[in-house]
Design a protein around this ligand. Structure first.
Ligand SMILES: [Zn+2]
Length: 364
């Protein structure tokens, strides 16, 4: 998508301010949260600041929110990945706003804040709208969004402003991370037949697990498989048959595959081998007929004159925490490129369009 150069808008100004807070460490993130909290209050929102493990979380509501209406949550993360000093000095070139977080996702956060401010001026809203700003999505989201959902901050439809170039992510893969420890028997390397080589056994075990049919499956959203041998440890000296080898697998499952069932299947396929569950993460799967979702798509298509698609994400985002509670949560954000890299940018015009889309979605 190509965008022309435009003059600086309020979305851009606010995004630049957020970037300049360099929200990487807890202290920097909390300072940025303090700024957002003050800004939101000054613009008429009712702001609740929560604190969990030293990190601040913001929940901002419209003063005219009506509890009986369906609830829409706008979710944004304040934290960004680290980078050199330069990426925290935002600049505009050729219609692009460069800077760490411009695309992932301080541009979306700033725009969501402005949308909330826009909404305070409207009457008879059809939704109850909340903006939540969380501090730790890049580190897994356990202390931010997970903390919120576990404490009842739920709704009917959630938009996480992750960078999607206006496509709407309605699926993400589940996560299964395991450690497998294989035992053998040590012997002198010159007489390997007297021992049992744990590394060779581990290799056989790895191949057996990888060849399971469930890891061959793909679907319309995910054409590639995500099965990764991440670490391996075994053996101590060259003249010995190793008696132990362990390795870690990071496996991403299709949304309709059960993490628990597949973990049990692995255990039954390689009996007598120690398998530890390191981490599991639930998938995201939003019904393609969801009424909020289709309204969002229609409006986004109208504003951008684009051809917006439903997509799947190989990695995870905070949407999964809502998904665990059966709440439809999508990733939907503006147009840019280079997130987590040195040349991250968002198109200025796309922030403006993003504001229009969110406003129209909530008002119509
Ligand atoms: Zn992000």
């Amino acid at each position: 998508m190509k965008y022309p150069e435009t003059k600086e808008s309020v979305e851009v100004e606010l995004t630049k301010t957020l970037i300049s807070y360099r929200p990487v460490t807890s202290t920097e993130i909390n300072s940025c949260m303090d700024y957002c909290s003050k800004w939101l209050q000054e613009h008429g929102l009712v702001v609740e600041v929560l604190e969990n493990k030293g990190l601040k979380i913001i929940v901002a509501n419209l003063p005219n929110n009506c509890k009986d209406l369906p609830k829409v949550i706008l979710n944004g993360h304040i934290d960004v990945v680290p980078g050199g000093e330069n990426v925290f000095k935002p600049k505009i070139e050729n219609g692009k706003l460069f800077g760490r977080g411009s695309y992932d996702m301080l541009g979306a956060v700033a725009t969501m804040m402005i949308v909330m401010s826009d909404l305070t001026k409207k009457d008879s809203l059809k939704y109850n709208v909340s903006l939540v700003l969380v501090p730790d999505e890049e580190k897994g989201g356990q202390d931010g969004t997970k903390f919120l959902v576990d404490n009842g901050y739920l709704g009917d439809f959630v938009i996480c402003g992750e960078p999607t170039n206006y496509d709407i992510s309605i699926q993400s893969k589940g996560v299964l991370q395991v450690e497998i420890t294989v035992k053998g028997k040590s012997a002198h390397a010159s007489r390997p037949w007297l021992g049992e080589n744990a590394i060779e056994k581990a290799m056989d075990t790895y191949k057996k697990i990888k060849s399971l049919k469930c890891f061959e499956e793909t679907n319309a959203f995910f054409s590639e498989k995500s099965f990764n041998l991440s670490t391996i440890n075994g053996g101590s000296v060259i003249n010995q048959v190793p008696d132990e080898c362990s390795f870690e697998l990071d496996i991403r499952l299709l949304p309709d595959q059960s993490v628990e069932e597949i973990f049990n299947l692995i255990k039954s396929e390689v009996p007598n081998i120690k398998i530890s569950l390191l981490r599991r993460g639930e998938p995201v799967m939003v019904d393609e007929n969801n009424i909020f979702l289709n309204r969002l798509k229609t409006i986004a298509n109208k504003v951008t004159k684009g051809d917006i698609r439903f997509i799947g994400q190989y990695g995870t985002a905070d949407t999964r925490f809502y998904s665990e509670y059966g709440v439809a949560a999508v990733e939907f954000g503006p147009v840019g490129a280079g997130h987590h890299g040195p040349d991250e940018f968002v198109y200025v015009q796309s922030l403006n369009d993003y504001r229009k889309i969110l406003n129209e979605f909530i008002l119509n």
